[in-house]
Design a protein around this ligand. Structure first.
Ligand code: SAM
Length: 193
């Protein structure tokens, strides 16, 4: 099975987007609530319906870019935003995206990618970040050997994967997960080296 644009778009159209929380997740909300500089350049890749982007916009962040390979969630997001919004909603493969950001928010994106992309992901994230830029969010610690996403990993695997390119500032069990994800995810804050 190829996890391509059609696969993801169909999951939204068939109402099988089980990962969709219908609202911003608590760990991401608490994290962004603590950021005082509302002008940081933010990227949310594999954003889906991105209640995160909607919330960031609502609380005054001024530079938000959202990428998804599937059009359906981007249309959904657009329909929920005010007409005059200035978010950049881009239908594109993350690995083709060019840009430079201060903060990239991860939520159920790495786990959506086939395992063959594991090494490319930190490299691309580092390329897209400004110096001292931050990759922050949540990563699943469920099993990675599954026939379909989500593909998880262990804290040790994540440490090894990111350490060459990032300073691991936070990599710890997430204390404020939504109930369904309790004890199944870690919070990360990695600073580009
Ligand atoms: C499991 S969903 C998570 C969506 C969102 N982050 C959330 O938490 O609701 C994974 C998302 O990544 C998108 N995606 C998968 N591969 C992608 C790629 N190579 N580039 C950009 N988006 C991708 C899918 O279309 C899907 O919306």
């Amino acid at each position: 099975m190829e996890l391509d644009q059609r696969y993801w778009n169909d999951r939204y159209l068939n109402n099988t987007a089980k990962w969709d929380l219908g609202q911003i997740s608590t760990p991401i909300k608490e994290y962004v609530d603590g950021i005082t500089n509302k002008n940081v350049k933010i990227l949310i890749p594999g954003a889906g319906n991105s209640y995160e982007a909607e919330y960031l916009h609502k609380i005054g962040f001024s530079d938000i870019t959202v990428i998804d390979i599937a059009s359906e969630p981007l249309l959904n997001l657009e329909s929920r935003l005010p007409k005059s919004h200035n978010l950049k909603l881009i239908k594109e493969d993350f690995f083709n995206h060019q840009g430079n950001y201060d903060l990239i928010i991860e939520q159920t994106f790495l786990c959506a990618l086939e395992l063959r992309f594991r090494e490319s992901y930190p490299i691309k994230m580092s390329d897209l970040l400004n110096s001292n830029g931050i990759l922050a969010g949540v990563l699943f610690t469920i099993d990675k050997n599954r026939s379909e996403p989500p593909f998880g990993g262990t804290m040790e695997e994540y440490r090894k994967l990111f350490e060459p390119l990032f300073k691991i500032e936070t990599l710890e069990p997430c204390y404020n997960s939504v109930p369904d994800r309790k004890n199944k995810e870690v919070f990360i804050q990695f600073k580009k080296k």
